[in-house]
Design a protein around this ligand. Structure first.
Ligand code: SPQ
Length: 438
């Protein structure tokens, strides 16, 4: 554990006010990737200036793409076209970012030069066979560690071939990886999803004028076309807004307006689940911005109740479960999550790490192989460890709104991967949080 940043949250308080949380991480990654291989200049606004998206940006700079910024969320990408990337002179280090590694593996599998993708300790433990196996079926040449983890050594080739791939797990990263490889593969690449997952890659490809076919749970792409540069307005990240959707729901006398939040229907599971639990959430001024739907979201305090979370909502809220577990701890009755085994292979094992932390705070939380059973009640104070997982750290900070004594959260530095402004924005709304360097 590299315990360089510690959060201390003093109990109680309300959240009140109006904020705009930072840009969507998934869309920020994709804006750099597609902007780099488009023809012309892409101007991005609302780009997430956090470590994960910056790792993607640096990787493309290392491959010869001129990228100006980021400057207050503005990035200008001088696209080099589909075949204009250059061999990087060094290993491409992607930090904590699974999205960077999995999407880049597909894009780089189709280049004529070699590359090596590396990451931090957490990323180096995450499963990569989910992308390397289907890429190998497309004739990509990628060497992993014996257990299928990074580093990924990718040998250049111009001989990728399209495949029809039925994804065994619902994963936007796997789908996007194969779509990007499909840009370089002979013939058609078709991917079938077992359940809908975020479709930002598809929307951005379409926005750049690249033809793809989407029928039901299948998406197909054929090489031989080009991407045209377009301006990209990145909405606020619903995964960051989620902390305040839960925080304002569980804290008494709260009223928060979250502006310009992405409400793509493949991401709004958090809203649906909280509403099933009885949350008071209203979407205002719904509008379409550059192919993505956004809204301002009003959330007020409410008494939540425990539910059985419908499994079809799991992929649509996959990153929000750490904070949803906190909502469940504050709800009346029992909340049961099933069908969420994917949570075990995120930046940490989010089932075990959240169960351990909640139990530390005397919440009745029982981990199961594919989810959790939580009996709502009181939250005591105590010390918890985030295991370097940004979403765990922020979820436990939100728990302080209902705890009976302070909560000290260790190992919080990776909040910088997705939401560097968390402490100041949460503090501004009324969370009594401070940060110390350990
Ligand atoms: O990028 P990374 O580290 O995988 O980030 C996470 C997160 O919590 O921020 C997952 F841990 O988000 C993923 C998400 O879980 C981002 C993502 C994407 O942009 O395509 C898709 C999801 O992953 P998956 O494995 O379900 O495809």
């Amino acid at each position: 554990m590299s315990d360089t940043i510690i959060f201390t949250v003093r109990p109680g308080g309300s959240l009140r006010g109006e904020i705009r949380v930072p840009g969507d991480k998934s869309i920020s990654h994709r804006s750099i990737m597609l902007g780099s291989i488009a023809e012309g200049i892409t101007r991005v606004t609302g780009f997430l200036e956090a470590e994960d998206a910056l790792a993607t940006l640096k990787a493309f700079r290392a491959m010869g793409v001129e990228i100006e910024g980021p400057d207050e969320g503005n990035v200008t990408i001088h696209g080099v076209g589909l075949n204009g990337l250059k061999a990087p002179e060094t290993l491409l280090y992607l930090g904590n970012s699974g999205t960077s590694m999995r999407l880049l593996s597909g894009l780089l599998a189709g280049q004529t030069f070699d590359s090596v993708l590396t990451g931090d300790e957490s990323l180096s433990k995450r499963p990569m066979r989910r992308v390397t196996l289907p890429l190998a079926e497309m004739s990509a040449q990628i060497v992993t560690e014996d257990d299928g983890t990074a580093p990924l050594a990718i040998a250049g080739t111009s001989a990728l071939t399209g495949i029809h791939y039925e994804m065994p797990i619902a994963s936007a990263q796997v789908k996007s990886c194969l779509l990007l490889a499909g840009l370089y593969a002979k013939g058609e690449t078709t991917i079938t999803e077992p359940a809908p997952t975020r479709d930002h890659t598809e929307r951005m490809l379409e926005g750049c004028g690249y033809p793809i076919e989407r029928v039901g749970n299948k998406v197909s792409i054929t090489s031989g076309h080009r991407l045209n540069a377009v301006d990209i307005d990145v909405p606020s990240d619903i995964s960051s807004a989620a902390f305040f959707l839960v925080g304002a729901s569980i804290a008494a006398n709260s009223s928060v307006r979250l502006n310009h939040v992405g409400i793509n229907e493949t991401r709004t599971g958090i809203i649906e689940i909280l509403k099933l639990m009885g949350a008071d959430i209203t979407l205002i001024n719904e509008r379409e911005v550059g192919g993505e739907w956004v809204a301002d979201i009003q959330v007020n305090s409410s008494q939540l109740k425990g539910i059985e979370i419908p499994e079809h909502l799991v992929p649509l809220a996959i990153d929000e479960f750490p904070v949803l577990f906190v909502a469940a701890a504050c709800a009346e009755g029992v909340t049961v999550l099933t069908g969420a085994e994917e949570l075990r292979v995120k930046e940490s094992d989010r089932i075990q790490v959240m169960a351990d932390g909640l139990q530390q705070l005397k919440v009745k939380a029982e981990p199961t192989p594919d989810g959790m059973i939580i009996r709502g009640g009181e939250i005591e104070g105590g010390e918890v460890i985030s295991h370097g997982d940004h979403r765990i750290a922020m979820a436990f900070a939100i728990a302080g709104l209902r705890s009976k004594a302070p909560i000290v959260i260790h190992d919080c530095e990776n909040v910088n991967t997705s939401f560097p402004e968390f402490v100041s924005l949460a503090g501004g709304l009324g969370l009594d949080i401070s940060q110390t360097n350990g």
